[in-house]
Design a protein around this ligand. Structure first.
Ligand code: UD1
Length: 339
């Protein structure tokens, strides 16, 4: 089997590439290196003993995207990660987000529909906004997202659904990720944000190692047991495995499947303070933090109902929160050792 991974050197794309290579799948990895590093290829090689075929490519470049599919004529499926993902930046530069996340997707879809190549799309629980019922099921009505980034995921999903309706033979799976954290157990690849991290766990590990003076906990008076927000933190290795299961499910399933949506989370909600406490316990490090105002656009609580993916694909998260935080910490120490 030959799979094209877009955004293949990014955080989730690199972990999925490792699992694909380990299961004997050939990988063509493309990336524009906008928010990733070429050294990730070396990390992938160190783990798997193999290097994916790599092409420096930006999906916004339609002609080059067409050329890619002329060069590789036997692609069995595409896993599409290539997208911007910073909520704050999307509020400042909306067009950058629409042009990249939607423009790139459309260029890709034109080819996939024409060639009937199945697609796995990287979506997000951000499409639910603050859901009125927890845990969140896939058929929960979507609310207007709080950022252009969120809109690109909602609109992206809609475009793919429309394409599946219109093009017989084209099928897709939309994976709505909850909060991916952690790193490969080898600490050879992991999340490597450029600039100041926007997400909790990289900010936490950078604070613990001394790169940041203090972690701000956004909001302490939410209507939750300890007053801080609740999320469903999923180990990136579990999330990566969900892509492997999805690609086999998509390729082997009967023709009736056209477009299916699956939540990917653990099914458990954990508060910000619980994350900090768990981290301190496993690393024996104390993390300086202080409470600050709630962050604009944050929802109070979100965790997944994962029955659908479990029943249909047999997928279930295996790693604990502690495993994920330990791997994130090992990775942070590795980054520090190298710099
Ligand atoms: C965010 C995005 C979401 C995106 C996901 C990608 C928002 C509103 N949502 O999810 O659309 O798909 O990242 O990974 O930004 N927190 C702190 N201090 C920090 C950072 C975060 O207290 O320095 C808190 C947040 O308030 C939140 C929790 O930690 O309650 C998790 O935050 P984060 O890791 O940024 O993820 P989300 O906001 O859930």
């Amino acid at each position: 089997m030959k799979i094209l991974v877009t955004g293949g050197l990014g955080y989730i794309g690199s972990h999925v590439t490792v699992l694909l290579l380990e299961s004997g799948v050939e990988v063509i990895s493309i990336d524009n290196l906008d928010n990733s590093r070429i050294e990730v290829l070396e990390g992938i090689r160190a783990i798997t003993g193999k290097k994916p075929v790599f092409e420096l490519l930006d999906l916004k470049d339609k002609d080059k995207t067409i050329d890619l599919f002329k060069k590789y004529t036997d692609i069995d499926g595409v896993i599409h990660f290539a997208a911007h993902k910073a909520v704050g930046e999307s509020l400042e530069s909306p067009l950058k987000y629409y042009e990249n996340n939607i423009g790139g997707l459309i260029n890709l879809l034109e080819l996939l529909c024409e060639l009937s190549i199945p697609l796995i799309f990287s979506s997000s629980c951000t499409v639910y906004g603050q859901a009125s019922k927890l845990p969140i099921e896939e058929n929960t009505p979507l609310k207007p997202p709080s950022s252009p980034y969120g809109y690109t995921k909602q609109i992206g999903e809609q475009i793919i659904e429309d394409c599946c309706e219109a093009h017989l033979g084209f099928k897709a799976i939309l994976l709505r990720y909850f909060n991916p954290i952690g790193a490969h157990p080898s600490a050879k690849i992991g999340e490597y944000p450029k600039g100041i991290p926007q997400n909790l766990v990289p900010f936490l590990t950078q604070t613990a190692i001394g790169k940041r003076p203090i972690l701000k906990v956004f909001g302490s008076n939410y209507n939750t047991p300890d007053g801080t927000c609740i999320r469903d933190y999923i180990h990136v290795m579990d999330l990566a495995q969900a892509h492997i299961d999805s690609i086999y499910y998509l390729i082997s399933c009967d023709k009736k499947l056209t477009c299916e949506i699956f939540n990917v989370g653990t099914g458990h909600g954990v508060s910000v303070l619980e994350v900090i406490n768990a981290f301190e316990k496993i690393t024996s490090k104390s993390v300086s933090y202080r409470f600050s105002d709630p962050r604009k656009g944050d929802s109070v609580a979100a965790f997944a109902d994962v029955n659908k993916i479990n029943n249909q694909m047999g997928w279930k998260a295996k790693f604990s929160l502690e495993d994920a935080l330990q791997s994130a910490w090992n990775w942070e120490k590795e980054i520090d050792r190298k710099s």
